[in-house]
Design a binder for this molecule. Structure first.
Ligand code: 13P
Ligand code: SF4
Length: 312
């Protein structure tokens, strides 16, 4: 480890004590960030754990909606993010005003929204879901309930297929997960016939149909750890490979290639805005901090609480 990096980590360790801060990181952040974090998890785990932490300050190394969810759940804590520009193309594909018009155009529907949304969209929602629990929560709704599902069309399609529901889908997507190339995955499968294909449900249907396992980042990690297979082709953001290789050092993880040869499209550019330096700075400056309009937060917390109340 370079001297500069060691010094940064020492400063982060000193500041987190001084500030009484817990560092939370999503599996898609860089390995360096995951390694200094107190909690590393998928979106569901980060939401669940945020409010159980005793600390006064939470630093959410992930993307903006994750910080917002933590702030809504823990209004009395200071919630910091290393970089306020760390957004999410999927959340951006669903502007609240347009989603409101869509909901109003389809009265009588239960609105199910993926956690990858702004607080303003959550405020228009009946129940929030993550990729870990979306299918189970939809299945728990009465069969004849008409449902609007937003914003990810791929996750929505996947749930429609697996549950037989006919949810109305918002036409949004993630720029990272839509990039995986079917032909390149087929080529890899030929080269590695024993490898299991692990796919996040934000990927296109054609890729999900080939999967040995479709699931959230945490579910893919746990499948890889439990499986007898030695090789895995992984169709989700590249950050997860760090944890997979740490947890299963004797197994081989092959990142699924994107459409455009040679591009780093399986990196979420927003997640990668989280760096050790920015983490140190936000602990030092207690900024940038997430704020949510109290009226929006009061409406957004209900569908988040509803999600957390399901015990599967
Ligand atoms: P998880 O629900 O697996 O954490 O996924 C969140 C996300 O942003 C996927 O792109
Ligand atoms: Fe958003 Fe996609 Fe990045 Fe996940 S990988 S945070 S859905 S842009």
């Amino acid at each position: 480890m370079s001297e500069g990096k060691l010094q940064l980590i020492n400063e982060i360790n000193r500041l987190r004590k001084e500030r009484d801060a817990a560092i939370m990181a999503h599996f898609y952040t860089d390995g360096d960030i995951q390694d200094v974090a107190d909690v590393v998890g998928d979106s569901l785990a980060l939401a669940q754990k945020a409010r159980t932490l005793p600390n006064k300050v939470i630093v959410l190394c992930g993307v903006h909606f994750m910080g917002e969810t933590a702030k809504i759940l823990c209004p009395d804590k200071t919630v910091l993010v290393p970089d306020m520009e760390a957004g999410c193309s999927l959340a951006d594909s669903c502007p609240a005003e347009e989603f409101k018009a869509f909901v109003e155009a389809h009265p009588g529907h239960t609105v199910v929204s993926y956690v990858n949304t702004s607080a303003a969209v959550k405020a228009l929602t009946d129940v929030v879901v993550t990729s870990s629990n979306a299918q189970k929560i939809v299945e728990a709704l009465p069969e004849d309930t008409p449902i609007i599902f937003g914003p990810d069309r791929n996750l929505g399609n996947y749930i429609n297929q697996t549950t037989g529901r006919k949810m109305l889908l918002w036409d949004g997507a993630c720029h990272v997960h839509e990039q995986f190339s079917l032909s390149e995955i087929l080529r890899l499968k030929k080269e590695h016939p024993e490898a299991k294909l692990l796919v996040h449900p934000e990927c296109k249907q054609a890729v999900a149909m080939l999967a040995d396992h479709v699931g959230s980042t945490a579910a893919l990690l746990s499948y890889a750890a439990k499986s007898d297979a030695r090789e895995f082709i992984v169709a989700t953001e590249s950050g997860i490979l760090h944890k997979m290789r740490q947890q299963c050092p004797d197994k081989t993880f092959i990142p699924a290639p994107p459409e455009q040869a040679g591009c780093a499209c399986n990196n979420c550019s927003y997640m990668k805005l989280n760096t050790l330096e920015k983490l140190r700075n936000c602990l030092r400056d207690l900024s940038p901090a997430i704020e949510v309009d109290p009226e929006v937060a009061a409406r957004a917390i209900r569908p988040i609480e509803r999600m957390l109340s399901y015990k599967f």
